[in-house]
Design a protein around this ligand. Structure first.
Ligand code: PEP
Length: 254
């Protein structure tokens, strides 16, 4: 499809500020001005400002791991889209399965967050994915179609182009089980056809669809070789610089 590979590291609630800064500096040294890939990291909220400073002016983007849907107000402990934008983030992870399942975020709340992000030009990395039960009950497509329909409700075609979609089968996140590359490709193809139905082929083809779920240096190649996989969302393997770098180097060849 002629897109640059897109690699994102989700640090979740890991690393110290010092470790994060060292990581960002190392990444800047090797990936800066790298034109073959699009690369970003999602540090914990309190590190965002410092990490954004380290990566300022270089091609690596910084994404928040979450935002609230409201602009301001009495939402103790929450942060808004404009706050993370103000410190230098360009992207935000939304709909991550840990937010859906541990923090009970609903599709309509995620939809409101996507709209809040887009309203300040923050690009959502919108995660969808089925649980093991869903897959065993052959409800994968039903669940994903629904997550896309509800999550993208009321979003214009122009804004869909700004989105990155991440397919993350819940049973593969942090479990060491990766979807077979062909299995992942099949769901990516389904996601693209769902976007085609709603917004047309050109937009669907331009949208990045990433795979996430126990991506490691050892499986990055076979995943990236799939025609519908435009990039990778990496959790556990993104908190060690060496393994993240290997994944980046592998992806850069596609
Ligand atoms: C994630 O958190 O988005 C993820 C894919 O995690 P892991 O790579 O650890 O499965």
């Amino acid at each position: 499809m002629g897109k640059k590979p897109f690699i994102v590291g989700n640090w979740k609630m890991n690393l110290t500020l010092m470790e994060g800064m060292e990581f960002a500096k190392s990444l800047r040294n090797v990936v800066c001005d790298e034109s073959e890939i699009i690369c970003g990291i999602c540090p914990p909220i309190v590190f965002l400002k410092d990490i954004c400073r380290v990566l300022e002016g270089c091609g690596i983007f910084v994404a928040a791991q979450n935002i609230h849907s409201e602009k301001t107000g009495a939402y103790t402990g929450e942060i808004s889209a404009s706050m993370v934008k103000e410190v230098g983030c360009t992207h935000v992870l939304l709909g991550h399965s840990e937010r859906r399942h541990i923090f009970h975020e609903t599709d309509s709340f995620i939809n409101a967050k996507i709209k809040a992000a887009l309203s300040v030009n923050l690009k959502p990395i919108f995660c969808v994915g089925e649980t093991l039960d869903n897959r065993e009950d052959e409800r994968t497509e039903y669940v994903i179609r629904n997550q896309l329909k509800e999550g993208l409700h009321g979003i214009s075609a122009g804004h869909i182009k700004e989105l990155v979609i991440a397919y993350e089968p819940v049973w593969a996140i942090g479990t060491g089980k990766t979807a077979l590359p062909e299995q992942a490709n099949e769901v990516h193809s389904f996601i693209r056809s769902t976007i085609t139905d709603g917004y047309g082929k050109d937009i669907a083809n331009s949208v990045y669809i990433l795979y996430g779920g126990s991506v490691k240096p050892e499986n990055a190649k076979e995943l990236m070789a799939q025609p519908e996989i435009d990039g990778l969302l990496v959790g556990g393997a993104s908190i060690k610089f060496e393994s993240f770098l290997k994944i980046i180097e592998t992806a850069a060849k596609y």
